[in-house]
Every structure is written in C-alpha cells, then in structure tokens.
Design a binder for this molecule. Structure first.
Ligand code: ATP
Ligand code: MG
Length: 745
C-alpha cells in the first residue's frame, strides 16, 4: 500500500515510476529500456527516502556511472533539503572504493599516501619488471601479462588463489606474484586493486563491515547491467543482512562485457535477493516513436534478451536520415551543414551530439567543425591533437624541423623507452644551462667530448642518428610518407601496439589516423606569401605549415566550459545521456561493428549491436546515421560497406539523404591542381572581406583581443578564416562569421 503524506514527491512521475519511488523499504530491481526514466526514478527514490521516510542522506550510498551523474544527484537533494551534501556517498565504484581505502588505510594495510596507478602506470611498472626477470615479451607480449593480472583481480583472485593451468599460465602467475609484491612494498594500488582491496577490507575487518552495513540502510546502483563480478560482490558485502538494495538497469544496454561486466548479475540478483521486487517501466519519455521503433527493430536481432516493450505517447517524429557520404570529409561537412542549419533556426549547439565508435574518428569531424568556426567539446577523451600519442609523433616532426625545440626533445628523447634515464637527462640539462645551448646541441657536445657513460652515450647517439636520418629521408618523401616513416621508425607504432586491449588499439588507430590526416591535408594557412605562389606540398615547408596548424588545432579553439558547444564523444561515453539532435557517424562494417568484434564472434557482435541501441536511444527528436563509401585508413583509401546495423532497422523508419552534389569534394593537395584553387580561394576570401568593408591590411578592433591588422584571409563567406596580428596578443586565426570585428580605418 502506498500511503502518501507528501505527494509532491511523486509529481511528474507516471504510475509505474511512482510505485517504484514510493515502494516499501525492500530490495528493488528495475529493469527497463532506454529513456524510461530509470535514472530519474533512482534519484527521486533517494529524495523520497530522505523526505518521506526520514532517513539521513548519510545512510544512503549511490553508485552511478559517472561522477557527473553523482553530482547531479547530490544537487537535486541539496535543492530539496536546503543543506550541503558534499560528503554524501555518491560516486563511481572506483571513486567510492578509493574513499574507503583513504579513510581506513591502516586497516587496509596501505601507507597513508598510497598511490593509484592508472593503466599506463601499471604498464610501465610491468614493463620494468618483465625486463628485469628476462621474461620473453617477444613470445608473450606485455599486455597478456597485464590482462592476466587484471582479469584475475576482477574475479577476486590474488596470486595465491590462482590455479595455473599449463605452462604459460604458470609463467604469468609468477609475474603476478612479483607484481603483487612490488605493489605492496611501494604502496601502489591499480584500478582493479581499488575494488579488491576495499572488498577485502570489509571482509577481513568485521568491525568496519558492521559499521558500514548498519550505516548504509540503502544502496542504489544505476546502470546495473555493466557491473562486473567484483563490483557485485562489493555491493552484496556492503548491503549485508539488514540493508536494502535498489538496482536499475537495462540488459539491452550492456556494453562493457569486454571489460568484464557480467550481464548475468541481473539474472543472479533475484536469486541472491529473493525478496526483491521486480519492476518494469515501459513508457519512454525521451525519443520520438520513430526512433524508438528503429531501436526496437535493431535490438530484436540479439538472442537471449530478457525482452521488453517500450512505447511512447509522444510524436511519431521525422524518419531517421541515412547519409551515404563520399568519404569521411564529406561526412563531416554534411554534419556541419546540418548543425549550422539547426543553429540558424535558433537551436543550441549543445543540443547536437556527434557519436562515434572509435576515438580516431573524431579527427575529421573536429577539422570540419574548426573550419566552420563551430565551437565543440570532446567528452571522455581528448581532442585529437592533444592525445598523448599524437603529441609524441608531432614532437618528432617538430624536432626534425627545428633541433632547438627543447619541449619536443624532452617529450621524445625516451619515448618509446630507449634506456635514457633521469641522470643522463639531468646531465644534458645542466650542460645546456651552463653553455646556454639547447638540449640537442648539448647532446652533441657531450657526445663529442665523451662525457657520457657508454650506455647513455650510445642511446643518445642512436636518438641523434634517428632524427638526422628521418630528416634526411623527409627531403625526398611526401608529407604523408614522412609521417608514416616517423611513426614506424621511431617505434611509436610498435610501442602502442604492444599495449593492452582497446586502449593500445585506440592509440594505434590514432597514429594511423594521423597518417591519413596528413595525406588528406589541405592547408587552411596559405603556404607562401603573395610573391611566391609556388605551392610545393612536398617536403619541408609543408611539414612546417602542417605543424603550425596542428598546434593551432590543439590550442585556442577548445570551447570554454560554459560556452555553447557541439558535443563529441564515443558511443560508450554517451551512455545515460540524451540530446535533441544526434549523429551516429561511421556506421560501416569493420568500424561499427568494430573489426575486433567481428573477429571475436557472435557475443561481441551482440555487444556492438547493444552499443548501437545505446546510440540510437540517445536521440530525442532527430537522428542521422552517416557512413562513408570510402575512408582513409592509414593513408590508404579503403572501400567501406554500410553497416549491417542499418539493414537491421526496418526500412519504413529510414530515409536516404541524397544531396551529394551540394557537398563540396575535398581538394587534392597536388601541385598541378592546387594553384588555381588557391588563387580562386584567395579571390573568394577577399570578396567575402569586401562584403563587410574589410580588406587585407585593414586595421580592426576585436572585443577580446583589442586592435590588430588583417594579414591573410582564406575560405569564403562566413567561414573565411582571417589571420590577424593583434597588438600585444600576437597572431590569431579567427573565423569571419564569428569574429566581432570593427573596421578602424
Ligand atoms: P537510459 O537507459 O538511457 O539511462 P533512463 O531510463 O535512465 O535512460 P532517464 O534519463 O531517467 O531514463 O529519463 C529519460 C528522459 O525522460 C529524461 O529527460 C527524463 O527527465 C524524462 N522523463 C522520465 N520520466 C518522465 C515522466 N514521467 N514525465 C516526463 N518526463 C520524464
Ligand atoms: Mg539512465
């Protein structure tokens, strides 16, 4: 029986939702499709428990998918209660475990200031260890050892609990023992360790366990379908006998199987908590009827689902638009055009989300947005040119162009590792300081005077020769061949290829994407001045221009936190979010579903399909699926087939967009064709300036940068890019349509 003394707490909920929120204090499992209000119900349940049942917020522990979701939850409670709840236990599994260990470091057997290792740190540590132990990483790559350790930890097994099956396992196990020992000695805690250690702390310290079990009267978990075995055990332990647990999830949105998430936890839940009441929510409030029907049609192709039906009483909405692009640039320009139209019609940029399967895909999209002067933010990942592996590759190129670039030198002198330690580096720095030289020159003079130890000397010599040789090769190579040689000969590609799982793969993809980017490269900066119309894209000069643009891309253009910006993220990151206008890009076989999944078999394919379901159900009003007929992968044009997922959506919901004629083709950077294009581009740009009573050489005032002079212009119409030299600020590239410029003379 629901008796409500404060019905306002249930305002805005439908009957099913209200029933969940106002449930008696028992275990609850809410299984429901996307957009049915699971997250909303979970948050409102907390409000209910506090306001209606009189619990203290400190008796509640909420696990959500992101810290952002946790923050929103707290804000909502704070608004309703009028008190600050910064200390409430709401966060991610890792975050909460960390908090537990920080509070009880002594009982957990950790030093007070233990250090958390991220996956890169863990890899570096293992690498040193394997080398010391003369482990055969040629035959058994580092990532296999790393994944052996992490998988066992995620299953709750310490080295001593592992039963090795066969010789290889035994070798891995030996390393697990050593690794565990090192971590303990140095007070290091990796990600899986956070959870395992927290679990052991509760298991082995009854007083603490009882304390937390009685403190947390209610545990609430969002995105339950993506919890792994260890996380589930963690929840069960904290709940104890007295607590109550509420789990909300959607089996159709389980997308972390590759990281050990156990969709079976949903099935186990009702066995482990037999008194749990199962609720279903079937009304979707997020999407149009069309989007929902498409999502349902797609997911029906998966076997063994728990099965559910979602409906909406909202509008049927527009059909889902499918655009077959000529290539990835055409795809990006098409998307930019639609977004600009959306903005012209009064929409916000932040209402638009660009989703992709692999991070590397963001590059072409970012380029198009930059050129159009559309501010954007990349979530849950960095912008392309800010990614570590890209910065490393660019640093090699910078050093080739300019040996005095100490930043670049420092960045890559020992990346990938070539045995140049801190001592040697310190020596180089000291010498450079004393002699007023750069690090490169310091290296040369220390080599010449024989003041380095044998090992250091040969490592530095190898590095110097590598750069010299790459530089020499670049004289006769095209720009993209140069970049290709750099990522290969420096060992960067191999270095990341040996990394574990998706992360290493993503880095390799990004490096390959860099090669593609360069091959396709069309400079936005005019290459030479007026007096030298030679557009020689081969060789050094092009490299210089490319690097300038890359640093521009990495710099100023990131939208501010509060600026209205287009949202870019992977499909994984988009989980739980919603946007009025969504583009799922690169819907091609091999890209989405990803090649790796296709090779690994039907389970992984189903997971990709669920990921596609997640993507589609992010859209509220309008959804575009775009795919390219050819895409540059590692500098080569690859023919792409549209994804099977498009074929699995009943065709009645789809509408093909055909407007290729209206979308400009990419310009091929070749000497023969580019001259006339540049000339006409310059004329167009000047005409666009003239329309606003501006010209090259004109003095202008800008709201933020002050006074300056227009030096160059490129592009046309609103998208014309201007190079302006501002007094005291320096040179800036601005986009005409977005630059509030006042002519001064
Ligand atoms: P996902 O599976 O994608 O995480 P979800 O089930 O958690 O989705 P919510 O994000 O909670 O769904 O809700 C989806 C949208 O529907 C939100 O904008 C939410 O505010 C809205 N919504 C939920 N319930 C109602 C309701 N009863 N009336 C109006 N809007 C609602
Ligand atoms: Mg949700």
């Amino acid at each position: 029986m629901i008796s409500l003394s404060d019905t306002s707490l249930l305002a805005g909920l439908n009957e099913d939702q209200a029933r969940v929120v106002a449930s008696p204090e028992t275990d609850l499992l809410v299984l429901a499709g996307a957009g049915s209000g699971k997250t909303r119900v979970l948050v409102q349940r907390i409000v209910w428990l506090v306001r209606q049942q009189g619990l203290s917020p400190h008796q509640i522990l909420a696990v959500t998918f992101t810290n952002k979701a946790a923050r929103e939850m707290r804000l909502r409670l704070e608004n309703q209660l009028g008190v600050s709840l910064r200390t409430m236990w709401a966060g991610t599994f890792h975050g909460l475990s960390h908090r537990l260990l920080r509070t009880h470091w002594r009982e957990a057997g950790l030093p007070e200031h233990f250090q958390v290792l991220d996956s890169d740190d863990q890899k570096a540590l293992l690498k040193r260890q394997l080398k010391e132990n003369q482990f055969d990483t040629e035959r058994y790559p580092l990532r296999q050892v790393q994944s052996f350790i992490n998988k066992n930890k995620e299953e709750g097994r310490r080295a001593e609990n592992v039963v090795a099956q066969g010789e290889i396992d035994q070798m891995f196990l030996k390393e697990y023992f050593v690794y565990e020992h090192t971590c303990r000695r140095q007070g290091l805690v990796d990600f899986a360790e956070l959870l395992l250690r927290a679990l052991e702390l509760l298991r082995d310290t009854p007083s603490l366990r009882h304390h937390y079990q009685s403190r947390f009267a209610h545990l609430l978990v969002d995105e339950f379908q993506d919890t792994n075995r260890l996380q589930y055990a963690w929840l069960k332990t904290l709940r104890g006998e007295e607590g109550r647990i509420m789990a909300v999830g959607d089996d159709d949105q389980s997308i972390y199987g590759w990281r050990g998430a156990q969709i079976e936890n949903i099935h186990h839940f009702t066995e482990d908590f037999p008194q749990a009441v199962l609720h279903r929510l079937e009304q979707n409030y997020r999407s149009t009827g069309t989007i929902l029907a498409a999502a349902n049609g797609l997911i029906q192709n998966n076997q063994g689902r728990l099965g559910k039906s979602l409906w909406t009483d909202g509008a049927q909405g527009d059909p889902i638009r499918v655009y077959a692009a000529f290539n990835e640039q055409d795809e990006a320009r098409f998307i930019v055009d639609i977004i600009q139209q959306h903005v012209r019609e009064g929409g916000l940029r932040s209402e638009c989300a660009l989703l992709y399967r692999s991070n590397a895909q963001s590059r072409a999209l970012e380029d198009a947005l930059l050129r159009a002067g559309l501010p954007y933010r990349v979530y849950g990942g960095q912008r392309f040119y800010e990614r570590m592996e890209i910065k490393n590759a660019l640093a090699y190129l910078r050093l080739m162009v300019n040996r005095q670039d100490d930043g670049a030198f420092e960045r890559v002198i020992n990346t990938p590792t070539r045995g140049i330690g801190q001592t040697t580096l310190e020596k180089l720095r000291a010498h450079a300081r004393d002699e007023g030289q750069g690090l490169w020159d310091a290296s040369l003079s220390l080599l010449a005077t024989g003041s380095l130890s044998g090992r250091a000397a040969s490592a530095i010599k190898g590095f110097v020769q590598l750069i010299e040789s790459l530089d020499e090769q670049s004289m006769t190579l095209s720009l993209h061949e140069t970049v290709e040689q750099v990522v290969e000969q420096t060992g960067l590609l191999d270095f990341h290829a040996s990394e574990k799982g998706e992360k290493g793969q993503a880095r390799v993809d990004n490096l390959k994407e860099l090669v593609s980017a360069v091959r396709h490269y069309e400079p936005a900066l005019p290459l030479t001045g007026d007096d030298d119309p030679l557009l020689n894209l081969e060789g050094r000069e092009a490299l210089g221009v490319f690097l300038t643009e890359a640093s521009l891309d990495a710099g100023d253009n990131q939208a501010d936190e509060d600026q209205d910006a287009v949202q870019l993220m992977t499909l994984h990151t988009a989980k739980g979010l919603e946007f009025p206008l969504v583009f799922i890009t690169g819907v091609e076989e091999g890209l989405f579903p990803h090649q790796m999944a296709l090779e690994e078999g039907p389970d992984r394919l189903e997971e990709e399909r669920r990921l596609c379901y997640v993507g589609i159900t992010r859209a509220m009003k309008t959804l575009y699926l775009t795919h390219a007929e050819s895409r540059r992968i590692y500098g080569k044009d690859t023919f792409c087939r549209r994804s099977r997922f498009i074929g699995e959506i009943p065709s009645q919901w789809l509408h093909e967009v055909r407007l290729r004629a209206a979308v400009s083709r990419p310009m091929m950077p070749s000497r023969q064709t580019s001259t006339p294009q540049w000339q006409s581009a310059a004329t167009l740009a000047q005409a666009s300036l003239a329309e606003r009573a501006l010209r090259i050489g004109q003095k202008v005032a800008h709201k933020k940068f002050g006074e300056g002079v227009i030096l160059q212009a490129e592009g046309e119409g609103d998208r014309t890019r201007l190079l302006i030299n501002f007094e005291g600020v320096g040179e800036k590239w601005l986009v005409l349509g977005f630059a509030p410029l006042q002519p001064l003379d």
